[in-house]
Design a binder for this molecule. Structure first.
Ligand code: NAP
Length: 443
């Protein structure tokens, strides 16, 4: 039983400043809990997927970062940016300094397709591709070749919808977004004429949500095409859940569109599973197998076809990054835990705990749950915490970026914006650190 009584403060290091990390910090430090939290992130910028995963044209979703900013305003919460577990500090050191370490590191690795040709040039997993157009410093150099006529986006989730939409939107449609300028330039110069969203199962099993799907039918320059023959008869609608019913309505509305309606075509195709990616060194197409769905499962029919594509973006889910000495479930790509408890000092939360599912809001109950578990199970042991972390950073020349520093980065990004864009993001860590170093009146 935890004894978070006065004078005995529980020190917590949360690794990862995304939604799962912030909701956990919020729950841990609420009321008069005697807890302090350091939220440590390898990037100098907070908010994880809110900044680098949420689509640049979905700015309203990013407003949730205001809530995380408020949490960071608490005296007992600190953002420690630009410090990486495994690079600047080890897990053993963190456990030595803090009572508890919480992995809120998300699932930053692309799940592999596991088929021939996956390593060909022109094949980019959605984690890398989305990171690239969202100015994530790890993916700035991806440099995808968009001088292609046809793109295959694999998967039927919201990420596939995001990727297809960002490739299809015009410069005007993207003007009020924070799409990376280098990505905008390439996308607008691209001769892409056909974009395919490929589902291995059918429309009833699709994971995308109605709001995201219907956006695809309102694009300026791109027409969404669905083969009516791939949709179930509408007599099935009364048996469907609200979301599936709305998805069916959205898909049916697309069946009357014609390829000639707009210059770019977005083909939403179901019952096709990728068998191989083809090409010598660069991808030029996919071999797809036609499928059917039996009791929810995807079953091959043996009939195959070739789909030409010069760019392939598998959007098929993500995996956590293995960490030395932390048990890892290779199959599921998550840390092995008992409902978030890995060992007596180590916990995980969010996608790192349950895999890449749910919305941003799903992380709230997850954070509340893990905070309650920690407060129940861990007894403060008078660890050095913050002071010890700062001493290690100093000794190793790690340039910690604080939340006040982030606000300077934030201000510089917003000041660089033109034409209604909310900001122009820095894509380089050194540039972020330099912006954080600029002195202002509050220094
Ligand atoms: P997802 O929703 O799990 O969709 C993954 C898709 O990939 C599924 O259609 C899946 O098909 C398919 N897939 C998996 N393995 C495959 C394979 N080997 N070959 C072909 N297809 C394969 O994942 P996501 O799109 O990456 O999204 C992750 C989470 O973030 C989701 O919860 C999503 O809703 C959320 N998100 C939300 C928004 C938003 O709200 N605007 C935006 C982006 C992401 P099966 O179903 O057949 O496995």
């Amino acid at each position: 039983m935890g004894t978070n009584g006065a004078g005995n403060t529980l020190s917590v290091a949360i690794i990862g400043a995304g939604p799962a990390g912030y909701y956990t910090a919020e729950a841990l430090t609420k009321g008069d809990n005697n807890v302090y939290v350091d939220i440590i992130d390898k990037l100098p910028t907070p908010f994880g997927l809110i900044r680098a995963g949420v689509a640049p044209d979905h700015q309203s979703i990013k407003m949730v970062s205001k809530r995380y900013t408020a949490t960071n305003g608490r005296d007992n919460v600190r953002f420690v940016g630009n410090m990486a577990l495994g690079r600047d500090i080890t897990m053993a050191e963190l456990k030595d300094l803090y009572d508890v370490v919480v992995l809120a590191t998300g699932a930053p690795k692309d799940r592999p397709l596991g088929i021939e040709g996956e390593d060909l040039r022109g094949v980019h997993g959605s984690g890398a591709f989305v990171g690239w157009y969202n100015s994530h410093p790890d993916f700035t150099d991806l440099n995808p070749d968009l001088r292609v006529a046809s793109v295959a986006v694999i998967g039927n989730g919201n990420v596939a919808v995001d990727v297809a939409r960002i490739l299809a939107k015009t410069a005007e449609e993207m003007a009020d977004t924070d799409l990376a300028p280098y990505a905008n330039e390439k996308i607008q110069a691209s001769p892409i004429k056909d974009i395919y969203i490929l589902g291995r199962r059918g429309p009833l099993e699709a994971a995308f949500t109605p709001k995201e799907l219907t956006e695809l039918n309102r694009l300026e320059n791109c027409v969404a095409l669905v083969d009516a023959g791939q949709l179930p008869d509408d007599s099935i609608d009364e048996t469907l859940s609200g979301a599936a019913k709305k998805n069916m309505a959205g898909l049916r509305a697309m069946t009357s569109n014609k390829p000639s309606d707009k210059p770019v075509r977005l083909h939403i195709k179901f019952f096709r599973r990728p068998m191989a990616l083809m090409g010598d060194s660069t991808v030029c197409g996919l071999r797809l197998e036609e499928t059917r769905v039996e009791e929810g499962r995807c079953v091959g029919t043996g009939r195959t076809e070739i789909l030409p594509a010069g760019l392939v973006v598998p959007c098929i889910g993500y995996r956590a990054s293995p960490i030395e000495d932390v048990p890892f479930d290779e199959g599921r790509g998550i840390y092995v835990s008992d409902e978030g408890r890995i060992d007596e000092q180590l916990y995980c939360v969010g996608w790192a705990r349950r895999g890449p599912t749910g919305t941003i809001g799903t992380n709230k109950p997850d954070g509340i749950g893990i905070a309650a578990k920690i407060l129940e199970e861990v007894t403060p042991a008078g660890k050095r915490g913050r002071a010890g972390l700062d001493a290690i950073a100093e000794e190793r020349g790690v340039h910690i970026v604080t939340f006040a520093d982030w606000k300077k980065i934030d201000a510089a990004e917003m000041a660089a914006a033109v034409n209604g864009a909310p900001r122009v993001k820095f894509a380089d860590v050194d540039d972020m650190v330099s912006a954080a170093e600029v002195s202002d009146h509050t220094d």
